[in-house]
Every structure is written in structure tokens, then in C-alpha cells.
Design a protein around this ligand. Structure first.
Ligand code: PLP
Length: 451
């Protein structure tokens, strides 16, 4: 249908297919058009203010009006708006950002590869490990282990690693060899009477059984978000990650920390893997890397992986992988400035301090009749709604939590998101104590409207 009016609403519903949207419902409802941002707030075209309780898509660390990022982008646009880093070319911003990322991440991570999105980054990780294992003469070592409810993106390979039915259904995924093991969420997946330690031990045994069943010599990597975010904001049970790390070392499986949401202070620590005490071979970062002012992702990985790939590129003549926008100069310049702001303003420390305030304040809703569990770490939290607290019967299968997040949230001037039956909060890292309490108060009103 060609547009018959030039109102933005009409043009949108007649010309677009939106990501993650019920297209027919969108035609009826139309978009909420966000017009401008300021600090933790965004404003729609009528001027109504909303607290952005999800920092956009879990990503805007420095808020929606940071002039230093605009200036960094403008300066780079003036100097060199685009250049690539293929075939022995380079430019200063991508070099300096790689230097910075190697400095910020654990000692063993020494090399950086750039993409524009988390999905492309995880696709690249799959291809890097396939390439590496071919180069090392072990072409059978190609499978991945991931978790149900894990989120790693939506391209063919990364969407296969993702463990959410909505990303597989009718897309013919998974399309690469992957085994999804149990989601490490104690509240939902522990058996009756099982202690947290026993739950962890059972899940680790399940992983080891999968490795033995498939054969360690067929498994390339284990991928997980340190704290699972988009699948429902689920922190791992104690001891889970050190246990996974030990299994990966025992069976020579590369451990991939998908830090696309966790990275750069979200949990109040530099990285989620640091927070939970394990050291990956590969770290995938994006989102808060640029506060999403520009699209960028960075894979930071070990010298051992680099060496295997590098030796092979020398043999073959090139590493046949890379994107037109890999290491884009404006995106990498913005990332450098964004990381400088995170450091100068101690936003990771703020996330730890404000995170404690937020988690403590949210705990009051644990007694709310609709709330099954309040959970999170640092400045990320989830409230899982249930129909019955004692049996944990899921809240409702027909989307009322979505109504709570969108309609009631919008009425209260709070942008929330529901991930399944869980209401998620993930505000910008610049948030103040007063603003934390404001979010929590608005969320309380949303819960009352939902009841
Ligand atoms: N990995 C994780 C942990 C994510 O949360 C996301 C996006 O939310 C992705 C990967 C995919 O990133 P993108 O949407 O930039 O492709």
C-alpha cells in the first residue's frame, strides 16, 4: 500500500516492517514516535516525557544527550568520515579503541575484531572458531553449546545460538550444530527441594554429559551471557560460571562470554565475567561500547586463537571475513569518547552504588501478589509476574505483561520492556538516587494497574 497521507504515523504503518513487532497490530495501533532525548528521559512528538527504563535497548550508558559523543562524531566526520580496515589499511580511532579494549579486559584477551552489531559479532565468533579448528587440522570440532533462553542475536548463526523459541519458530533455526542446555535460573528450573548448590551441580553434570555424548573433539565453543538478559534477566546460581570454565578447560572447548549487555559496568563491575569470576577465551561486546550512539561491536580474544587464524591466513593468503563497516572510524571514535566518559564519571562505580539502591528498593515488590521473583545485579533487574505465587504458575500466556510494560508503563511515563512474563529494568548508568526511586515508584503503579 502506498501512503495516502504524509503524517509520520500513516507513513510508518504503510511503509515499514518493524523489528520485533506484531505487524498487523502495529497497523492498528501505530508507532509511539520518540522525538528527542535528555539524560535518562526521552520525549514523544506531543512533548510527553518518559523515563527510559531500559536505556533504549539495554545500551545507552551515558544518557540520551551527551554532547561529547556528538562532538567526537562531528570531529571524526570532518577529518575522515569513512575508511575501511581491509587489506593492510588502518585508521587511528580503530587502532586506539583496540588498544583501549585490550587494556580494559582480562590479561589473556589481546586481539580485537570489529563488526557493527552483536549478531554479526557472534556470527563472526562461530566462523572464527570453525576457521581456527580447520586450520588446526581438527575439522570435526565445530559444534556449540548454548543455553535455553540465552540471547545471542538473530543472524543465521547467532540466531541458532539464541535459545528462545520466538527466534527459531518459522525461521528454520537452529541452522548450525548447537546443543542448548538448561537455563541456569534457580527460581524457574530448580527441582522441588533442590538447593542452589545441587542445582548448579546438576546443570554442570548436564553440560559434561552433553560433551561426552557428542564427543569433546566435536565441540568448538560454549557461549553464554554472564547474566542472561533478554531471555528474562536471570543471574546465574553461585558456582555456575567457575564450573563451566573448568569443564571448558578440561575438554579444550573455547569459552565465549557474550557481554553485549553485561559489558562496561552494567552489573556494577567492568564485565559480567569479572563479576562472576571467570575468564573467557573470547569476549563479545557492543551496546554500551558506544552507548549505541553509533552501531559497533568488538570481539576481544586470546593470542592463541589469533595465532591459529593468523598462521592460516598466511598460508591461504587472506582471512576471508570482514564487513564494510568493520572498525568504522566514526563509530570507533565515539566508542573511545564514550569509554572515556564512563571512566571519568566513574559510571561503573555509579552502577554499583545505584544498583544496590535499585535492587534494595525493588525488593519491596517481592510481596506483591503478582510478583513471583525480583532479581538482578547492578543496574539490571527483572520482576517475574506469576498467576499464583505458591505454584509459580506463569502469569498469563496472552500478553498481559506486554500490556503492563507498554500501555500502563507509557501511561506512567516509564518505558519498560517485558521479556516473557518478566518486566525488565536496565536504566542508563548515569542515573541518580532520586531517579532510581522515581522509577521504582512508577513501576509500583504499573503493577497495581496490572493486578
Ligand atoms: N548478544 C546479546 C547478549 C544481546 O543482548 C544482543 C542484543 O540484545 C545481541 C547479542 C545481538 O545484538 P544486536 O541486536 O546488536 O545484533
Amino acid at each position: 500500500m502506498k501512503p495516502t497521507s504524509n503524517s509520520a504515523q500513516h507513513v510508518d504503518i504503510t511503509t515499514s516492517l518493524h523489528p520485533y513487532t506484531d505487524a498487523r497490530r502495529h497497523e492498528e495501533k501505530g508507532p509511539l514516535i520518540i522525538d528527542r532525548g535528555e539524560g535518562i528521559y526521552v520525549y514523544d512528538q506531543s512533548g510527553k516525557q518518559y523515563i527510559e527504563g531500559l536505556a533504549g535497548l539495554w545500551s545507552v550508558a551515558v544518557g540520551f544527550s551527551q554532547p561529547r559523543l556528538r562532538d567526537a562524531a562531528a570531529a571524526q566526520m570532518d577529518r575522515l568520515p569513512y575508511y575501511h580496515i581491509f587489506a593492510h589499511k588502518a585508521h587511528e580511532p580503530s587502532i586506539r579503541l583496540a588498544e583501549k579494549l585490550v587494556e580494559m579486559t582480562p590479561e589473556n584477551l589481546t586481539r580485537v575484531f570489529y563488526t557493527s552489531s552483536g549478531s554479526e559479532a557472534n556470527d563472526t565468533v562461530v566462523k572464527m572458531l570453525w576457521y581456527m579448528n580447520n586450520a588446526l587440522g581438527r575439522p570435526e570440532k565445530k559444534k556449540f553449546i548454548a543455553r535455553t533462553k540465552g540471547y545471542h542475536g538473530i543472524t543465521v548463526a547467532s540466531g541458532s545460538l539464541t535459545g528462545l523459541p520466538g527466534n527459531h519458530r518459522d525461521f528454520d533455526l537452529p541452522a548450525i550444530p548447537v546443543r542448548h542446555v538448561t537455563c541456569p535460573h534457580y527460581y524457574r528450573f530448580a527441582e522441588a527441594g533442590e538447593s542452589e548448590a545441587d542445582f548448579t551441580a546438576r546443570l554442570l553434570k548436564e553440560i559434561e554429559d552433553v560433551i561426552l555424548e557428542e564427543g569433546a573433539d566435536t565441540i568448538a565453543g560454549f557461549i553464554g551471557e554472564p547474566l542472561m538478559a533478554a531471555g528474562g534477566v536471570m543471574p546465574p546460581p553461585a558456582g555456575y560460571w567457575p564450573g563451566v570454565e573448568a569443564l571448558c578447560r578440561k575438554y579444550d572447548i573455547k569459552l565465549i562470554a557474550d557481554e553485549v549487555i553485561n559489558g562496561f559496568g552494567r552489573l556494577g563491575s567492568s564485565f559480567g565475567s569479572v563479576h562472576y569470576g571467570f575468564t573467557p577465551d573470547i569476549m563479545v561486546t557492543s551496546k554500551q561500547l558506544t552507548s549505541s550512539y553509533m552501531p559497533l561491536a568488538a570481539i576481544i580474544f586470546s593470542e592463541e586463537i589469533y595465532d591459529a587464524i593468523a598462521d592460516n591466513t598466511h598460508k591461504i593468503g587472506t582471512f576471508g571475513h570482514g564487513y564494510t563497516a568493520s572498525g568504522h572510524p566514526v563509530a570507533t571514535a565515539v566508542a573511545l569518547e564514550n569509554l572515556a566518559i564512563i571512566e571519568e564519571q566513574d559510571l561503573m562505580g555509579n552502577a554499583a552504588r545505584m544498583g544496590e539502591v535499585m535492587q534494595k528498593a525493588l525488593a519491596q515488590y517481592a510481596d506483591h501478589p503478582l510478583v513471583g521473583e525480583v532479581r538482578g545485579a547492578g543496574l539490571i533487574a527483572g520482576l517475574e509476574l506469576v498467576a499464583d505465587k505458591a505454584s509459580k504458575r506463569p502469569f498469563d500466556p496472552i500478553g498481559k505483561v506486554g500490556t503492563a510494560a507498554f500501555e500502563f508503563g507509557h501511561d506512567e511515563g516509564l518505558i519498560l520492556r517485558n521479556v516473557g512474563d518478566t518486566l525488565a529494568l536496565c536504566p542508563p548508568l548515569i542515573i541518580t538516587e532520586e531517579q532510581v526511586h522515581e522509577i521504582v515508584a512508577r513501576l509500583g503503579r504499573v503493577l497495581d494497574l496490572t493486578a
